[in-house]
Design a protein around this ligand. Structure first.
Ligand code: PLP
Length: 452
């Protein structure tokens, strides 16, 4: 930090402060974690300075022999850890990984006169008519994914996202009574809509998914099953999700981030069955530019960590701790979407506290508890204010929290929310953003949580 500070002191100060904040608060954001020193150090090397567009042994730049080693090792760990025939470790993020997967499914599945030529080495062979037909065929395909307020991700066909614009999209939700995925309803929608791509996976659904059933649905309608396991990749790696709950043997293509429950550097990956490998491999130049070699190196280190017995224990504790957190809420009368959890996250419906998600998130932050507001199914407050707060256990499990600590975390959260009231707007009307927490509660909770 002294070296950084000698160039730009404000960045050194912010970095120092970030460390203090991450240490002093309770990090309950379900998509965050604490990467190991080995992973953090690997991100900060001179691999950052190297360009390596292309694939292993087939680059558009000279001098890529060491990047080839890095990418080979990362892909090998990914294949072996997840039991996948093919792994592509170049995507810079989860969104990039999903774009690569969409591209490769389109390239593999859509018949278009221009397509065979697009695979050729010289794209100058394509005529204007070829390009027009490509544009038409690619822009006319259908995608069915889980809706955002049921727990899906933006990239699963959410209208304002590119995925909701490049495809004709429809969304499936969850059962209004139970909040659970209704496979018969997904199948009925798929039969009617006949998507090219069926997307499974989630950001805020607190339950496991039966991927064998999702594959049956995809097969029945001739869809390609893509599973986005960004959130729960750590639970797959740690063998907490096995059999029908492990997406890798069932999906045609699996995408993931590497920085959430998998506890690696920020980044993405695509795992694919052999038939899609050739198209995924062309992620660069079709979707990506130069890979981030330092991040691929850090992915390799994180994946090596995820192959250990220690990581398996960690993954199991993530799930056990989520149960402890959920039980802690339920025993104190709080409402949980689906009534509990069997993965790494809990979705707390804060309506019964008389609050919006925005008010709850802010009141908790004052007390040193970092969460994110989140829609609940059919949310009356919309995606900005929301009615829920999403809480995940991966980060605090890394810090060594267990059953007792998570029960106490639930107690502290209920204390804060129970003593918080909605505030008013400047004009005196009801506000969805402002709030008032009882005197001294935030400070008391901060003190209590620093003892955990
Ligand atoms: N897919 C899912 C299911 C996610 O939850 C996220 C992250 O929030 C992403 C994709 C996108 O990942 P990134 O933020 O790395 O682009």
């Amino acid at each position: 930090l002294d070296v950084i500070g000698s160039v730009e002191p404000r960045i050194a100060a912010a970095t120092r402060q970030e460390l203090a904040d991450q240490r002093e608060s309770l990090k309950l954001i379900a998509s965050e974690n604490y990467a190991s020193p080995a992973v953090l150090l690997t991100m900060g090397t001179w691999f950052s300075d190297k360009y390596a567009e292309g694939t292993i042994g087939h680059r558009f730049y000279a001098g890529c022999q060491n990047v080839d080693t890095v990418e080979t090792v990362a892909a090998e760990h990914a294949r072996e850890l997840f039991g996948a025939p093919y792994a592509y470790v170049q995507p810079h993020s989860g969104i990039d990984a999903n774009l690569v997967a969409y591209w490769s499914i389109l390239a593999h599945r859509v018949e278009s006169p221009g397509l065979a030529k697009l695979g050729a080495k010289n794209v100058n062979e394509l005529s204007e008519a070829d390009w027009e037909s490509l544009r038409h065929e690619f822009g006319n395909q259908r995608l069915l994914g889980m809706s955002l307020d049921a727990g899906g991700h933006l990239t699963h066909g959410f209208r304002p996202n590119i995925s909701g614009k490049m495809f004709h999209q429809q969304q499936y939700g969850t059962d209004p009574e139970t909040g659970l995925l209704d496979y018969d309803a997904v199948a009925a929608k798929a039969r009617e809509f006949k998507p090219l791509i069926l997307v499974a996976g989630y950001s805020a659904y607190p339950r496991r998914v039966d991927f064998a059933k999702m594959r049956e649905i995809a097969d029945e309608v001739g869809a390609t099953l893509m599973v986005d396991m960004a959130h729960f990749a750590g639970l797959v790696a740690g063998k907490v999700f096995t059999g029908d709950e492990d997406p890798v043997p069932h999906a045609h293509i699996v995408t993931t981030t590497t920085h959430k429950s998998l506890r690696g550097p920020r980044g993405g990956m695509v795992l694919a069955q052999e038939e899609f490998a050739g198209d995924v491999d062309r992620g660069c130049p079709m979707v990506l530019g130069g890979p981030l070699s330092h991040m691929m190196a850090a992915k390799a280190v994180a994946l090596a960590e995820a192959r250990t017995e220690e990581f398996r224990g960690y993954a199991q504790r993530i799930a056990d701790n989520a149960k402890s957190l959920a039980d802690g809420f339920l025993s104190r009368g709080a409402d949980l979407v689906t009534g509990g959890t069997d993965n790494h996250l809990v979705l707390l419906d804060v309506s019964s506290f008389g609050l919006t998600g925005r008010q709850a998130e802010s009141a908790l932050l004052d007390a040193g508890i970092v969460t994110n507001r989140n829609s609940v199914p059919n949310d009356a407050n919309g995606a900005w204010y929301t009615s829920g707060v999403r809480l995940g256990t991966p980060a605090l499990t890394t810090r060594g929290f267990g059953h007792g600590e998570f029960d106490r975390v639930a107690e502290l959260i209920v204390d804060v929310l129970g003593s918080t009231q909605p505030g008013t707007t400047k004009a005196g009307g009801p506000s969805k953003a402002s709030y008032v927490t009882g005197d001294g509660v935030a400070a008391k909770v901060k003190d209590a949580s620093s003892e955990l």
